[in-house]
Design a protein. Structure first.
Length: 282
């Protein structure tokens, strides 16, 4: 009887061992946990990759912005070079024309404001008695039409030349005392004039020194055969002036050619010495 009871005990032990063996699957939970951690690690890594792609996109957007300002600067420099259009203003001096009719130049807006010379004539109707005026001016502030001519708001100098025919009957009267209404007056005495006696006995009288013009002067509009011309200040201006006077004295006032040339040279020397745009007058 006692032996038959021990057999179940072994079975119980065997059953206990079986239950103990069944506990081994509990160890399988550890790999399950490790597998759950892996997906959690992949999610943060996936989020960082798109963030890295945005940075190159921003850098690419900055490059075109830097190129646009560089392209705009080039046209700005090209437009800055355009003020070379000031050259036509210099051509307003005459487009290689050395002198013009004064009033036509004013109408065409081609009068030189910086500096210039004006030659005006006052011829007698009944004889070759004539008065010439040469005005040099600089730094004109304004030019406007007056009732009888053009007014220049500017300082300057004026030189008088008198042509007296041999038939003139009041040679004993000083030029400063002669009639203004007859157009025979100039503001100099004989002692203040250089006098050339031509071959035909006409006398050309040239003032030794010009008179000063302080604030403004008016050039009368010429009538009849009289003229008023403006000479532009260029390197050859004195040769132009000499040629002009030689021609007007010879052709219009009947002065022999050699005497007209001599008088023109003396006029030009006086203007060059006392009325050129140098030093104090410039």
């Amino acid at each position: 009887m006692a032996t038959t009871k021990k057999a179940p005990a072994k079975k119980a032990k065997a059953g206990a061992k079986k239950t103990a063996a069944k506990k081994k699957p509990a160890a399988k939970k550890a790999p399950a946990k490790a597998g759950a951690k892996k997906p959690a690690a992949k999610k943060p890594a996936a989020k960082k990759k798109p963030a890295a792609k945005k940075a190159p996109a921003k850098a690419g957007a900055k490059k075109p912005a830097a190129k646009k300002p560089a392209a705009k600067k080039a046209p700005a420099k090209a437009s800055a070079k355009k003020p070379a259009v000031k050259k036509p203003a210099a051509k307003a001096g005459g487009d290689n024309v050395k002198l013009r009719n004064l009033f036509e130049a004013y109408a065409q807006n081609k009068l030189p404001f910086a500096q210039g010379y004006i030659v005006s004539s006052f011829f007698s109707i009944s004889s070759v008695y004539s008065v010439y005026e040469i005005v040099s001016y600089a730094g004109v502030k304004e030019i406007y039409p007056a009732a009888d001519g053009l007014t220049f708001v500017s300082g300057g100098k004026k030189l008088h030349i008198l042509v007296e025919p041999d038939t003139y009957h009041q040679k004993h009267v000083e030029p400063v005392s002669r009639s203004k209404t007859e157009g025979e007056y100039i503001p100099q005495r004989y002692s203040e004039l250089e006098i050339i006696i031509a071959k035909n006995q006409s006398r050309i009288m040239i003032a030794k020194d010009p008179i000063e013009i302080t604030s403004s002067f008016t050039i009368l509009e010429p009538k009849g055969i009289n003229f008023s011309v403006v000479l532009y200040d260029h390197p050859d201006v004195f040769n132009t002036l000499a040629g002009f006077f030689q021609e007007t004295l010879n052709r219009q006032r009947k002065i022999p050619e050699l005497d007209a040339k001599k008088a023109a040279r003396l006029i030009t020397e006086t203007v060059s010495k006392s009325m050129s745009f140098k030093g104090e007058f410039q």
